[in-house]
Design a protein around this ligand. Sequence first.
Ligand SMILES: Cc1cc2nc3c(=O)[nH]c(=O)nc-3n(C[C@H](O)[C@H](O)[C@H](O)COP(=O)(O)O)c2cc1C
Length: 270
Amino acid sequence: MTGMELVRHRRSVRTFDGNALKEEDEKNILAFAESLDNPFGLSITFRLLNAKENGLSSQVIVGTETYIAGKMSRAPHAEEAFGYSFEKLVLYIESLGIGTTWIAGTMNRQTFERVMEVGPDEVMPCVSPLGYPAGKMSMREQIMRKGIKADTRLPFEELFFDGSFDTPLTPGSAGTLADPLEMVRWAPSAVNKQPWRIVADGSTVHIYEKKSKGYVDGTGWDLQKIDIGIAMYHLALGLEEQGRTVRFSADDPGLAAGPDTQYIISGTIA
Ligand SMILES: Cc1cc2nc3c(=O)[nH]c(=O)nc-3n(C[C@H](O)[C@H](O)[C@H](O)COP(=O)(O)O)c2cc1C
């Protein structure tokens, strides 16, 4: 599958067929996870966990006992780094025909953190179940997807802009960026809020976070910055498929953005 096909085929899988993950799949997933890097150079430790043996659960997941979780040191840009790396892993897992769901909230977090031995200066941003998708979604999964409109995304023109936030970019006017940006559009995000906004300016893209209320906790940890990291990986993958590269660095162009819209990072495309 191409990157675009992987992105369009992936969905959160919350109902699995009950079969245990094959040993070979486990091995490949762990090896891939251990090889991951991200533009922030922050390292993440991944572990495969058995739910039954460790008392782990998620109220939205049925039909699998296997989870993967990642932990890392708290640091600036940890959220984006985790988003980038974990999404790279999610799409690799998708390519194996294995289902995943990003989970930050709907699990017994304390137990996961204890089993992951999360230290005082560490954070375990998200986990995912791993398994083979069931033929039919549970009723709960169907209701959940409807509630968060999981099968839809905001229109291209509301997410992407040309030179400034005053001029919407369309698939027609985006040129070679059309496909990479379409891949960003279909990225997963917490509660499907899609906080990414991108202003394209020649061979540079400026990435912003349009914040929704209630996603930053008392420690300053911002769940929606994970979504931004996911968007960065989709963009990088789309460009890579075109034989291009993107180098990310913070270089705020000082554009006028909306009140809840924060500059995060820019990408230079070559
Ligand atoms: C950072 C992050 C956290 C998420 N947390 C949860 C969660 O706690 N429980 C859940 O069921 N889904 C969770 N999701 C999945 C989203 O609801 C889902 O990606 C979104 O609705 C789009 O649906 P799709 O993944 O099927 O395309 C999370 C997604 C992201 C990116």
